[in-house]
Design a binder for this molecule. Sequence first.
Ligand code: ZN
Length: 187
Amino acid sequence: MLNNNSLVKDTEKRIFGKSSELPIPLKKEQEKIIEKLREYCWQSQDAKKAKKYNLTPCVGLAGCQMDFFYKVFCILIKEENDTFLEKIIVNPEVYSYSYQKTYITTGEGCLSVDVSYEGVVPRHQKIKIRGYDYLEKKYFDAEWSGLISIVAQHEFDHLNGMLYYQRSVSSDKIDPEWIPLGDVKNE
Ligand SMILES: [Zn+2]
């Protein structure tokens, strides 16, 4: 069983490497790894399981964090009424960004980063994204805004070998035009 310690950390050079395209249809063994990513996100947000298996709660996870350097990431965001917004995107392409920026007021976190950094990460409030939707088993093209947009940009960065602190700015540099968003779990 994977836990927080078995993820690829930023103390390992390869986390800064780029991930490759995943040919569709996916192979069985690739689907198995994607299911592991998915399982990690779900279990990490279940307080009992997270404690039992040493999982740090996360709202998103990229393949490379599990040493799978292919373009795929999971997003799992708890919404009102205990429903979850779940996305698993293969070969994502973010092709349009709003001028409007936003940020998580408490800063971002990452399961590949064990040190906490001061500051916030300015992200685009809206993005247009396309790729292959693993859960729906079809190609999609959508506009995402708010939290899912932030999480998607964080995960998309992972596929290009970039970590959140490479984009962060100190709290006294926050532009009043940026829209603040409340406390969020790790990505
Ligand atoms: Zn991350």
